[in-house]
Design a protein around this ligand. Structure first.
Ligand code: BDP
Length: 737
């Protein structure tokens, strides 16, 4: 990808020019000269794979030089590995090392499998237990030469090891004395694109879909290769190309040719292509008059379709299905169960080694109970009835990707079924692309949550990695935040959410802070004067969003439909559980959804030790208070303040954190290239305005219900409630079509 090497003046210039006029000092001129040499214009396209030479004056990448590159193996994955290492080393070292077929000099880098490289085979490294995707990185002596060895059982493991090595170099780690052993915990680590065939991206805030369907298969946008590189660098090995609200056309021969072309680009990077399947496709494109999974013609249609897909794409991954949810067709339309539907599709792909990911994000029109309970109620009775190649894909929380939710009670509730985690990377509920919200702490919080189903330590991470119940088929999905925007994710910081998702999918034990550090070092700079403040901003950012959108367990209080901005007053319309008032239940006496045994009893869907905590208002963590309890506005909080005062202060705290983030970022002017610095600065200004808007509108609304005065010193909202309620955003991005 082209990197602009021209030096540009940055946003700080203007203020310097002004200052120079008044101060007549040479200081600014010196500063300008320094910053112009220190930073280059960047547009974010390179993501965390910038392979930048060491920053001038900073603690940069290690001085270790690779003198010779030996990548064993034939075209395909080994070629991709070689190209990536050449590209990375050329950037990091200011010149590519010599290539070779065998190690002949000290400082060599030897990469491959024992099968492809006699030199690796002779080392006799223990690769047991690493599977196909794991690898070892070892400092070794190869035929008398000090060498860094990346060894794996299969080529893809060597590619992952190569990316690990490049990460070490990018983050300034020394290459001596290495003895690294890595293997992923989960088998399927994938992105779910909610991309329509007309390139509209549902809940997408980064431009159009990167899949240029109209020009495929003739035109293979080089972006596809860069997409594959970026994903392979963090261990992602699958991608679902189209929206879960699926269009059956993607299964027609014309589109399957296009899918096959994309699969061809993904293959050398170990990424399998999957499709969202519309359950009624046999009717829409197959000419049948039913999609009943018990119907022999329907079964045959899917088997034939699977054969057709696999003839074109032998390593096709399988199908993702959203059925009987939010108006999508499904087996229940014919009186069949989710398992009946999933198994029928699973049988069609089984002969080819494919899998089916059946989503548990379901809630029906008819069921009059708490929406948070419905997926559990529908799926738990089906535990043990799904075929072996089915994964049930469960969102992290029981409602819908809110800034904070307790873990979904299905985790731990279906021990006989492999459950796949679904996180959202795109920020539907966390400020779209303009708010800085680093989501790794959210992912980490859910993965570390203890279900207690088999005693303490039965974490959600252990449910999904199969270790708790002995499942071999395991997986995790992230709803992608990728689009046609030059910087891929809509904002520079949103790239971190893609990165962190992949890193945690590979190893759920990684800490969100460590991931932030490595991402920052690769994306911006190794200079501690950059890394520390940037990581500080990232680590505070998600909690800030929780605070200014509604803390203490409030949820689903956003604008209707597009989900942009505050809407705690949203009521009426087609369904109660698409309103805000259904979820917060604020009235003159108090606020919150009573999900205790005395209320909807959602707490009983958790294992007893967890249920007891959530059932007890004195033991429920305050961040989930209003999720599980309806409490008086005067409810005493741990701070000693009444709930109302605490809630108001959280709104203020959120806005204050964003103000602090802006200040921190302003202080980095000159240390970050001008292009990226300016866009982040502008987005933080948007975020501060919108955080203030969330805070003002929410306080105005809840005060109209609570009737309580604001705590001393708190500024009243500048406008009456009616002002906020009247705001409309008819063209907000990402809405359902
Ligand atoms: C919600 C989105 C909607 C998706 C749905 C889903 O608002 O656009 O279709 O989830 O996951 O978060 O199916």
């Amino acid at each position: 990808m082209p990197r602009m090497l021209t030096l540009t003046r940055h946003a700080g210039d203007l203020s310097c020019v002004r200052a120079m006029r008044t101060l007549a000092s040479g200081l600014c001129a010196a500063l300008l000269l320094f910053t112009a040499t220190a930073v280059q214009a960047e547009d974010g396209y390179a993501l965390w794979l910038r392979y930048a030479a060491p920053d001038a004056g900073a603690a940069g990448p290690s001085a270790t030089r690779v003198t010779q590159l030996v990548v064993a193996g034939s075209p395909g994955v080994p070629s991709a590995t070689r190209e990536e290492l050449q590209r990375g080393l050329a950037g990091l070292q200011g010149g590519a090392p010599a290539n070779g077929d065998a190690v002949t000099r000290a400082g060599a880098l030897l990469v491959g499998t024992p099968a492809a490289s006699p030199q690796i085979a002779r080392l006799g490294l223990d690769l047991d237990g690493l599977g196909g995707e794991g690898y070892r990185i070892r400092s070794a002596v190869v035929d008398g030469h000090a060498t860094t060895v990346v060894a794996a059982n299969e080529d893809i493991g060597a590619l992952y090891g190569a990316f690990h090595l490049l990460r070490l170099l990018q983050t300034g780690q020394p290459l001596d004395g290495l003895d690294i052993r890595e293997a992923p915990r989960l088998a399927v680590r994938m992105l779910n694109h909610w991309d329509n065939l007309d390139r509209y991206v549902e809940r997408g805030y980064a431009g159009q879909s990167i899949w240029d369907w109209h020009r495929l298969p003739g035109w293979l946008d080089p972006r596809y290769t860069d997409y594959a590189r970026a994903n392979a660098s963090i261990g992602i090995n699958g991608t679902v190309l189209n929206n879960v609200n699926a269009n059956a056309d993607v299964l027609t021969p014309m589109y399957l040719d296009k899918v096959a072309a994309i699969a061809g680009v993904m293959r050398p990077y170990g990424i399998k292509v999957y499709l969202s399947a519309r359950f009624s496709a046999p009717m829409e494109i197959g000419g049948l008059d039913t999609a009943d999974p018990a119907d022999a013609d329907v079964q045959r249609w899917w088997r034939t379709k699977a054969d057709e897909v696999y003839a074109l794409i032998p390593d096709f991954g399988g199908f993702l299905v959203k059925a009987n949810s939010e108006g999508q067709p499904g087996p229940q339309d014919y009186g069949r169960s989710h398992a009946d539907g999933a198994n029928m599709l699973a049988d069609a792909v089984a002969p080819h080694g494919g899998i089916v990911m059946w989503r548990a994000f379901v809630y029906s029109d008819e069921e009059p109970v708490d929406r948070a309970k419905q997926a559990y109620n529908e799926f738990v009775p089906l535990d043990g009835t799904f075929h072996d190649n089915v994964l049930v894909q469960v969102k992290n929380g029981p409602i819908d990707f809110q800034p904070r939710e307790p873990f979904h009670p299905l985790f731990g509730g279906m021990p006989k079924t492999p459950l796949m985690m679904e996180f959202q990377i795109t920020k539907e509920y966390l400020g779209f692309s303009t708010h800085l919200a680093y989501k790794a702490p959210l992912y980490e919080e859910v993965l570390d949550a203890d279900t207690h189903v088999q005693g303490p330590g039965s974490t959600v991470a252990r449910v999904i990695d199969g270790s708790l119940d002995g499942h071999a088929l395991t997986g995790i999905a992230g709803v992608a935040n990728i689009g046609s925007d030059r910087n891929w994710s809509g904002s520079h910081f949103d790239q971190a959410n893609w990165y962190a998702f992949g890193r945690l999918a590979w190893n759920s034990d990684l800490s969100s802070r460590d991931i932030a550090v490595e991402w920052t070092r690769m994306t911006f700079s190794n200079d501690p004067a950059v890394v520390e403040p940037v990581v500080g901003m990232m680590m505070a950012s998600r909690e800030a969003v929780v605070d200014y959108t509604g803390a203490l367990g409030l949820h689903h209080v956003m604008g209707r439909g597009h989900h942009y901005g505050p809407g705690p007053w949203v009521e009426g319309g087609p369904r109660a559980d698409w309103t805000s008032v259904y979820f917060h239940r604020a009235d003159g006496n108090g606020i919150g959804f009573d999900r205790t045994r005395r209320g909807s009893d959602a707490v009983s869907q958790y294992a007893a030790p967890v249920a007891e905590v959530f059932d007890d208002v004195t033991r429920t963590p305050e961040e989930f208070l209003l999720w599980f309890h309806h409490v008086p506005w005067s409810h005493p909080m741990r701070s000693g303040r009444p709930l109302w005062d605490e809630l108001v202060l959280r709104y203020d705290r959120g806005v204050e954190t964003v103000r602090g983030m802006r200040e921190t970022w302003a202080g980095l002017d000159g240390r970050i290239d001008a292009g990226r610095h300016a866009q982040v600065a502008a987005f933080l200004a948007i975020q501060q305005d919108e955080a203030q808007w969330w805070r003002d509108a929410s306080i105005a609304y809840f005060q109209s219900i609570s009737g309580r005065p604001l705590p001393a010193g708190v500024a009243p909202p500048p406008h009456p409630l009616e002002h906020y309620k009247a705001l409309e955003f008819p063209h907000a991005p990402g809405d359902t079509q």
